[in-house]
Write a new protein. Structure first.
Lengths: 648, 305
């Protein structure tokens, strides 16, 4: 391979990206050296097994990826804002919408949710960490280096260009000869293994580590949503693992699973992809439902209406999520019978989802609603998401889908589901739990400005796409002629995209501003909330709970506050057993990164060496003795007094 | 009742279509597109009803129960839920889903078969195949072939047999019928008919690489007489389509219109019957051969639903 093939050349934007990558990679080590922060970074972050810190790292990575994916989105909207635009060429546009999809779903939505669940779930169930803290660190570093691997494809070798769904034979070596789709198969594989381990970790954590007395039906709704999400992950991600492995074999080892000749079957890829892909939608939406349930109950100052039906509806959704994948390709010609069955299963999902909407509405009834920033996102979710929901039912009708399929109508629909659902959800959760992690609230005034910009601009950006779709505009077209009449609405959409950008910049500015100027929050319970995480001091000490709380009902903390009781039993502190920090997960992540990178370019010898190294780290771990450490009683007393001392 | 429904839907159509310049999906020119357009309008009405209920409840809750309107010492009650309310908002959506399911199945049956009004007529068969980034139309009975445009007669059932010489594409003439995939290893079928002569936009709607955005064709509906004249004219004036010429056409790129007085079906048959995908080369061993023959029959049934 020649050097000019190795680096992507010929595009000013890509040269700019290269320069900025080089500058950033010089600036970070230089800054660390100057401020003498290498040790701090290594001890406190890179080697940490603390679920809260891992959660924070997930969220930081997700925010970075939000901006990467957001820039992709802006470029796409700019390119299509006017007819016959020459800003991007076809190939470049194809790479950008492909990476936009991959990054937003797998490297933004997923890690943001996993970040929040890392921070919140152990606290909500009264645990001191997750079941497998070291595995949790491995999960994070695999996700992180998987994401980095995909991102460097932009400047080295070329990005994947066959859409985020990478349909064969378009994604085969014949029609996509660059290494772009090798990055796809390997980066997603590495990150996906991390996600699978997260699913296992949280399933065990929630089943085995709940505080005494917290029966399943007394768990907070967010924890319930994560339990169900974990089950979906465990069933869905192995399908992706297999599909990506077959893709890699097809592209790099000459197999013909999805090929056009020799009995290969392109339709098999579409099936495998969506057997994972549709449950994936629920993996990113159910936790958001959980977040909204917490926030709406807190700010309506009322218990969640219909708790049991909220739980059952999620269980039903999770089962149905595995029975609807064919609706992504009704147009493949399966005939009436198959399409009808999948139409009905798909529409059936709207029933449990509707149950949830009505239960949230009735949680508000007779409540006392205060409009804080997280509550604003939760409230805006209801009307906007409902539009996404009802258009989903419309798309579920097979005959009608023959006209919607592949059009902007579909694009509008899934953005109307994913943005008010997942994105509003994680932003709401971010504002809601921020004081728990950092010990101060984000500024409400800036937060509300950002909210209104985001909520209004979102509709300006995506509502026109419904109409464009009904007018026959297909997705993924890098250009269109003026005679189609698609110009004005696309321009309107571009205006909305600029508004969204301003909203997200305000959101990040709020983090900066609040870090500098917001007063410290000393109560540990700034929102007067209901679940166990608010019974800890903010920021939460390493061991979470000095004494394990004892729970007898749902919202036990709320009732304890009202009755002036304590959730813990009388008695002295006891030493707390905690896991040790460890650098292996990070080192393994780096090794996986190099392994993946060498595999992308089919450099076998280095890939084998990196692979052996990975196996070596696993073998080392197998024989390693690490029994963790104890936090002494004196240390607990010191920490608790420091954190709770200022309390009235 | 039927009149009222028609009135409402035509009103809705007016809003959606902006009167003089209707949206493509709501401007059907054949029975199949008409069926889908009606289905979509019906579903929009149902969905508007649901949105209305949710929005009214939402507005009511926000206006009535905002803390600024309530007494400072108001403390919300503890409510477990209500069995009757739960039953209401489970059963009404189920009824809606059942209604929509019936509509879906019936309309899907309609558009997946020869349009009812033409059920007794012999359909015109056109093979439409895609290659990067163009469309080939072969008329086996007439023995002619075109590239990037297709002429069809009005008031006659048409069957488009779809397949691909490359990535999966989706054949779509929005004003005549819904779309369907064209794939390399099986043939799929679109049934349609056109009732108004005119020129309609056709395209590939499924992303297929670099010049996907330019993969449009013109579908022209002619009167029966014009159509016969056109076929005759092609047979007399157009050149033959040789295998070499066809292979040249298959090379990736964008082409203008082409017309030939023979088809590629002879030397490069569609992947149906014994040529269906998963059919190994002829010299594969016998066991494999029989296996794949079974395979191809299954695929043959596939296309006919």
């Amino acid at each position: 391979m020649k050097w000019d093939e190795f680096f992507v050349t010929g595009e000013p934007m890509i040269y700019a990206a290269m320069v900025s990558i080089v500058l950033v990679s010089i600036a970070i080590p230089a800054g660390l050296t100057y401020f003498k922060k290498w040790g701090y970074l290594w001890r406190e972050w890179l080697t940490t097994v603390d679920h809260k810190k891992i959660g924070v790292m997930y969220i930081i990575a997700a925010l970075l990826m939000l901006f990467r994916g957001g820039v992709d989105a802006l470029l796409m909207r700019a390119q299509t804002a006017v007819p016959n635009n020459g800003l991007l060429d076809g190939q470049h546009y194809n790479e950008i919408f492909t990476t936009h999809g991959i990054i937003m779903i797998l490297f933004m939505a997923m890690p943001f949710i996993i970040g929040l669940m890392n921070v919140v779930v152990p606290l909500q169930i009264g645990a001191r960490d997750v079941a497998f803290p070291r595995l949790n660190a491995v999960s994070f570093w695999l996700f992180f280096f998987g994401a980095m691997l995909l991102n460097i494809s932009f400047v080295i070798g070329g990005s994947p260009d066959a859409g985020w769904s990478a349909y064969f034979p378009l994604a085969s070596l014949e029609f996509s000869p660059t290494v772009g789709n090798n990055y796809y198969s390997l980066a997603l594989q590495i990150a996906g293994i991390g996600t699978l381990m997260t699913g296992i970790n949280f399933l065990v954590t929630i089943l085995k580590m709940r505080a005494p007395g917290m029966k399943l039906m007394k768990m907070p709704m967010f924890t319930w949503s994560i339990l169900i999400t974990s089950v979906i992950i465990i069933f869905a991600f192995p399908v992706l693992t297999v599909a990506l492995a077959l893709m890699m074999l097809d592209r790099q080892f000459g197999t013909q699973f999805f090929a056009m000749q020799n009995g290969g079957m392109d339709m098999l890829w579409a099936n495998l992809f969506w057997v994972w892909g549709h449950p994936e939608v629920y993996i990113v939406i159910l936790p958001a439902f959980g977040i909204y349930s917490e926030i709406i109950a807190t700010f309506a100052r009322k218990n969640l209406y219909g708790y049991k039906s909220m739980v059952y509806s999620m269980v039903v959704i999770s089962l149905l999520s595995f029975l609807v994948w064919v609706h992504h390709f009704y147009t493949m010609g399966h005939g009436v019978m198959v399409n009808s069955v999948f139409s009905i299963t798909t529409m059936a999902i709207s029933v449990p989802t509707g149950v949830k909407i009505f239960n949230w509405l009735f949680t508000l009834r007779r409540g006392k609603i205060s409009f804080t920033t997280p509550m604003l996102y939760a409230l805006a979710f209801i009307p906007i998401f409902t539009i996404g929901g009802v258009t989903g039912v419309m798309l579920a009708m097979a005959s009608a889908d023959y006209q919607y399929h592949n059009t902007m109508f579909l694009v509008a629909h899934f953005h109307y589901v994913l943005i008010p659902g997942t994105v509003f959800g994680v932003i709401a959760g971010f504002h809601y739990w921020f004081p728990k992690v950092f010990g101060f609230k984000l500024n409400e005034r800036l937060g509300k400005w950002a909210f209104w910009f985001i909520a209004i601009s979102f509709n300006i950006t995506f509502f026109p796409l419904f109409i464009l779709g009904l007018n026959g505009m297909t997705r993924r077209m890098y250009t269109y002629s003026e005679s189609t009449g698609y110009g004005p609405l696309n321009m309107l959409s571009m205006v909305g995209a600029v508004g969204l950008t301003i909203g997200f910049i305000l959101l990040v500015y709020n983090i900066y501003w609040s870090t500098r100027y917001q007063p410290r929050e000393v109560t540990g319970d700034p929102w007067d909330a209901r679940s166990l995480e608010w019974s800890t001091p903010s920021p939460v000490p390493e061991y979470n709970f000095a004494k394990t709380p004892v729970v007898d009902k749902l919202d036990a903390f709320w009732f304890a506050k009202k009755e002036g009781k304590s959730l813990t039993e009388e008695g002295d502190y006891e030493p707390i057993h905690m896991p040790n920090n460890n650098g292996q997960p990070f080192i393994m992540g780096v090794a996986f990164f190099f392994f993946g990178f060498f595999m992308v370019f089919s450099w076998w010898l280095p890939a084998i060496i990196a692979g052996m190294f990975i196996l070596g780290t696993m073998a080392y771990r197998t024989f390693e003795q690490d029994h963790g450490h104890y936090v002494t009683v004196e240390e607990i007393e010191r920490t608790e007094n420091a954190l709770r001392g200022e309390k009235k | 009742m039927k009149k009222k429904w028609l009135l409402i839907s035509s009103f809705l159509l007016m809003i959606l279509s902006g009167c003089d310049n209707p949206l493509l999906i709501f401007d059907p020119k054949g029975p199949q597109a008409q069926t889908i357009s009606d289905t979509i309008l019906f579903s929009i009405l149902m969905m508007a009803g649901i949105l209305f209920v949710v929005y009214v409840l939402f507005a009511f809750m926000l206006v009535k129960y905002r803390s600024s309107k309530l007494a400072a010492d108001y403390e919300p009650p503890h409510e477990e839920g209500s069995k009757w309310l739960e039953i209401t908002w489970i059963s009404i959506p189920i009824i809606i889903v059942v209604i929509l399911s019936v509509v879906t199945v019936r309309s899907t049956v309609d558009v997946e078969n020869t349009p009812k009004a033409y059920a007794n007529e012999k359909p015109l068969i056109v093979y439409a195949s895609s290659s990067n980034w163009k469309w080939h139309f072969s008329y086996p009975e007439e023995g002619i072939e075109t590239v990037n445009y297709v002429n069809i007669p009005e008031d006659r059932p048409i069957e488009f047999k779809l397949y691909s010489y490359g990535p999966i594409t989706s054949f779509w003439i929005p004003q005549l019928a819904g779309q369907k995939y064209a794939m390399s290893d099986m043939v799929t079928t679109i049934h349609l008919a056109a009732d108004t002569p005119g020129s309609y936009m056709g395209k590939n709607s499924n992303f297929s690489g670099k010049d996907f955005a330019h993969m449009e064709f013109e579908a022209q509906v002619l009167t029966a007489k014009q159509y016969d004249e056109w076929v005759q004219d092609v047979k007399e004036t157009a050149p033959m389509l040789t295998e070499a010429e066809f292979n040249h056409l298959l090379e990736p790129g964008i082409l203008g219109r082409k017309t030939y007085r023979s088809t590629h079906l002879g030397f490069s048959p569609a992947p149906e019957g014994e040529h269906a995908g998963h059919q190994h080369e002829k010299n594969a061993d016998m066991d494999m051969g029989t296996m794949h023959e079974n395979d191809s029959t299954i695929h043959g049934e596939h296309q006919n639903n």
